[in-house]
Design a protein around this ligand. Structure first.
Ligand code: AGP
Length: 608
C-alpha cells in the first residue's frame, strides 16, 4: 500500500504534492519522492526514509519549480526501501515518469521481455516496468500508450503519469487500487485517498477500474481502456481531515478489519499460478522441501498464534513435525534444532526484539530461517535466509488484524506447497484448496457485514470482568487470538483454554453469568467441545458459540450463536477470527477506550 498524488495548475506543484503526501503517510512511510516538469525537463527528488527527508531536500518543495508534478509515499512491496527503489520511476530517456500504488503481478515476465528489447533497469521495483512499458508503446500519443500498457499489466495499480512531450497534461489510471481526482480553484489534482486533496477541493471523481483520466489546469477528461470518452459525476465529501485519513472510520482498527478481504487476496493472488502454489522467488527448491525433517515456528503475540494454528496444518496436511515456540522463551534456552530443521519466524513489524534474537540464534546454529514478514526491508526481513512477504500494507492499530490474517494465508500457502511437493496431497486436492482459498475474501466480507449484530452483543458485556475462550486443535489457536484481542484493547481479563483442560483447574473460575466463548470449526471435535460446553453451562456460564453454518449440534447448548461460512477445515481460523476481532473492537469502543492505542502497549516491541 502506497500513496500517490499529482497536481497540474497555476500554482507551484511541489509544495502541494508534499502537503498531499503528508496526509497519505499512513499508507506507507519508508521512502518518498516527487517529480515536477519545468522548462523542458522532468526533475525528480526521491529518498528512503520519511517524507521529511524529501521535504528537507527541496526546501519544502520550494526549490522545485514547475506547475505539474507527481509524488509518492512508499510502502515497499518489491525491492527494499532504498533511494533507487523509491518512486517516481523514469523511462531511460527521462521523458516519462510514473508513480504507482499497487502490485504488477506479471512484472518479472514483462521485465524480461523489455530487457530483450534492450531496456535497462535501475531498480528492483515492479513500477519501473511500467515506465519502460509506456516508453515501448509511446508513439506520440500518451492515451494510446497507456491503454496498450494497461492491456499487458496484470495485478493492481493506480498511476500518476507525466509525458515530457505533453507538459500541459497529467494522466492517471486505475485498476484495483484506489484513485480519486478533483478540480481545484486553480487546477486539477489526483490522489490515492481523500485526505490528500481535502485542502484543495471537496468535489471528487472516484475513478473506476480500467478508467483513464487526462487532466489539464482547466479540464478533466475520462476514458475507458478503449480510449472511449466517459461522462462522470463528482461526489461531494463532507468528512473532516482526520476522519478522512481513517477513510471515514472512527479508528484504524475497524478500517483494518475492513481491509482484510483485500489484504488476504493481495497475499495469495501473486502466489497462485495455474492452480499451483508459486514460491519460486523464495529460493526453496522441491528437494529442500522434501528434506525438511522438522519445522520450528517462533514468534510473539498474535504472530505466535498464527504459528499455533499453522502447527495443525503443517502436521495434518504436509506430515511434517512442528514445534512452536515463543521467541522470548526460545532465545533463552538451548533449543535442539536437528539437521533438516527449517525455522519459521513470523513478524508483522519485522523488528520485534525477541523474534530477531531468535532468528540470530537459529542462524548461529546453522539453521535455515524463513521469515513471514509484513514490513519490507525490516531487520528480520534483511537477516532471514528466505522472506515470504505478507501484503497487508501498513498496519497502524496496535491490535493486529489484517497482518494476522495475512500471516495465516502465508502458512496455508507454505503448507499446501510442502504437502504437494511431498506427495501428501494430489493435484486435485491442491486445486480444491486453492479454490477454497479464493473464496475466503468474499466470506470474510460477509462476516464483516454482520458487525451490527456483534456490536449489540458486545454492548451487553462492557462491564464483564473475565471472559473465557475455549476450543480444541485449530479452535484452541483461534481462542488464543480471540482472547488476546479482547484483553489488549478492552482491558477485560480473558484467557484461552484448550477445551479438554478446563476440568483440570480452570472450571473452578466459572460462575453464574461468566461469559464463555467456544469455538467449534473442526467437525471431528464438535462432540468433544460440546460436552465441555455442557460442563460450563451446568456451572451457569453464558456460552457464545462460533461455529460452521452446518453445525447444528451446538445450538441446543449455546446461549448465543455466531455462524461462519463453510470452508476447508484448515482455513477456518481466517473466518472464525472475524467476529472475535469485531467483538473486541466493539467492547473497547463501547467502553470509550482508545481502541488504536491501548495503554502500556506499542505497535512494534523493539526492546526486551
Ligand atoms: C497483537 O495484537 C499485538 N499487537 C502483539 O501481540 C504482536 O502480534 C506482537 O507484538 C508481535 O509483533 P510482530 O508481529 O510485529 O513481531
Amino acid at each position: 500500500m502506497c500513496g500517490i498524488v499529482g497536481y497540474i495548475g497555476e500554482k507551484q506543484a511541489a509544495p502541494i504534492l508534499l502537503d498531499g503526501l503528508a496526509r497519505l503517510e499512513y499508507r506507507g512511510y519508508d521512502s518518498a519522492g516527487v517529480a515536477v516538469y519545468h522548462d523542458g525537463k522532468i526533475e525528480m527528488v526521491k529518498a528512503s526514509g520519511r517524507l521529511s527527508v524529501v521535504a528537507d531536500m527541496t526546501d519544502n518543495g520550494k526549490s522545485l519549480k514547475g506547475t505539474v508534478g507527481i509524488g509518492h509515499t512508499r510502502w515497499a512491496t518489491h525491492g527494499s526501501p532504498t533511494d533507487v527503489n523509491a518512486h517516481p520511476h523514469f523511462n531511460e530517456k527521462e521523458s516519462i515518469v510514473v508513480v504507482h500504488n499497487g502490485i504488477i503481478e506479471n512484472f518479472q515476465r514483462l521485465k524480461s521481455i523489455l530487457m530483450g528489447y534492450g531496456y535497462a533497469f535501475l531498480s528492483d521495483t515492479d513500477t519501473e516496468v511500467i515506465a519502460h512499458l509506456l516508453d515501448f508503446y509511446y508513439k506520440g500519443n500518451p492515451l494510446d500508450a497507456i491503454s496498450k500498457a494497461m492491456q499487458r499489466m496484470e495485478g493492481s495499480y493506480a498511476l500518476g503519469i507525466i509525458f515530457k512531450e505533453f507538459p500541459d497534461n497529467l494522466f492517471a489510471v486505475r485498476k484495483d487500487s484506489p484513485l480519486i481526482v478533483g478540480k481545484t480553484s486553480d487546477g486539477s489534482i489526483l490522489a490515492s485517498d481523500v485526505p490528500a486533496i481535502l485542502n484543495y477541493t471537496r468535489d471528487v471523481y472516484y475513478i473506476e477500474n480500467e478508467e483513464i483520466v487526462r487532466m489539464s489546469a482547466s479540464s478533466m477528461e475520462f476514458f475507458n481502456i478503449d480510449e472511449k470518452e466517459l461522462i462522470k459525476e463528482p461526489v461531494h465529501i463532507n468528512w473532516d481531515a482526520d476522519a478522512a485519513e481513517k477513510g471515514g472510520y472512527e479508528f484504524f482498527m475497524l478500517k483494518e478489519i475492513n481491509e482484510q478481504p483485500k489484504a488476504v487476496s493481495d497475499t495469495f493472488s501473486p502466489r497462485i499460478k495455474n492452480d499451483i502454489v508459486d514460491i519460486e522467488d523464495l529460493n526453496l527448491s522441491d528437494e529442500e522441501i522434501r528434506n525438511i525433517n522438522k519445522l520450528h515456528v517462533v514468534a510473539c503475540g498474535s504472530a505466535w498464534h498464527t504459528g499455533m494454528t499453522a502447527k495443525y496444518i503443517y502436521e495434518g496436511l504436509a506430515g511434517i513435525p512442528v514445534e512452536v515456540d515463543l521467541a522470548s522463551e526460545f532465545r533463552y534456552r538451548d533449543p535442539i534444532l536437528p539437521e533438516g530443521t527449517l525455522l519459521i519466524i513470523i513478524s508483522q513489524s519485522g523488528e520485534t526484539a525477541d523474534s530477531l534474537a531468535a532468528l540470530r540464534l537459529a542462524k548461529k546454529k546453522g539453521i535455515k530461517v524463513l521469515a513471514i514478514v509484513n514490513v519490507v526491508g525490516s531487520s528480520i526481513a534483511r537477516e532471514a535466509d528466505i522472506v515470504f512477504y505478507t501484503m497487508a500494507g501498513p498496519e497502524i492499530a496496535v491490535a493486529t488484524t489484517k497482518a494476522y490474517s495475512c500471516q495465516l494465508i502465508a502458512h496455508y500457502l507454505l503448507a499446501m506447497k510442502f504437502a504437494h511437493v511431498r506427495g501428501k496431497i494430489s493435484d486435485v486436492e491442491l486445486k480444491e484448496m486453492i479454490s477454497a482459498m479464493r473464496e475466503l475474501p468474499g466470506k470474510i466480507n460477509t462476516l464483516i457485514g454482520e458487525k451490527e449484530r456483534i456490536q449489540r452483543f458486545a454492548n451487553r458485556y462492557l462491564a464483564a470482568k473475565d471472559v473465557f475462550f475455549m476450543g480444541r486443535g485449530i479452535d484452541y489457536a483461534i481462542s488464543l487470538e480471540g482472547s488476546l484481542k479482547l484483553k489488549e484493547i478492552s482491558y477485560i481479563h480473558s484467557d484461552a483454554y484448550a477445551a479438554g483442560e478446563l476440568k483440570h483447574g480452570t472450571i473452578s473460575l466459572i460462575e453464574d453469568g461468566s461469559l464463555v466463548i467456544a469455538i467449534l470449526t473442526q467437525k471431528d471435535l464438535y462432540a468433544k467441545t460440546v460436552s465441555n460446553i455442557v460442563e460450563v453451562k451446568s456451572r451457569k456460564a453464558f456460552v457464545m458459540v462460533v461455529t460452521n453454518e452446518s453445525n447444528k449440534e451446538a445450538e441446543s447448548v449455546a446461549d448465543y450463536m455466531v455462524y461462519i461460512p463453510e470452508t476447508n477445515k484448515y482455513f477456518a481460523n481466517s473466518l472464525a477470527i472475524i467476529p472475535l476481532q469485531l467483538l473486541a473492537y466493539y467492547i473497547s469502543l463501547g467502553k470509550g477506550l482508545d481502541v488504536d492505542k491501548p495503554r502500556n502497549l506499542a505497535k512494534s516491541v523493539t526492546v526486551e
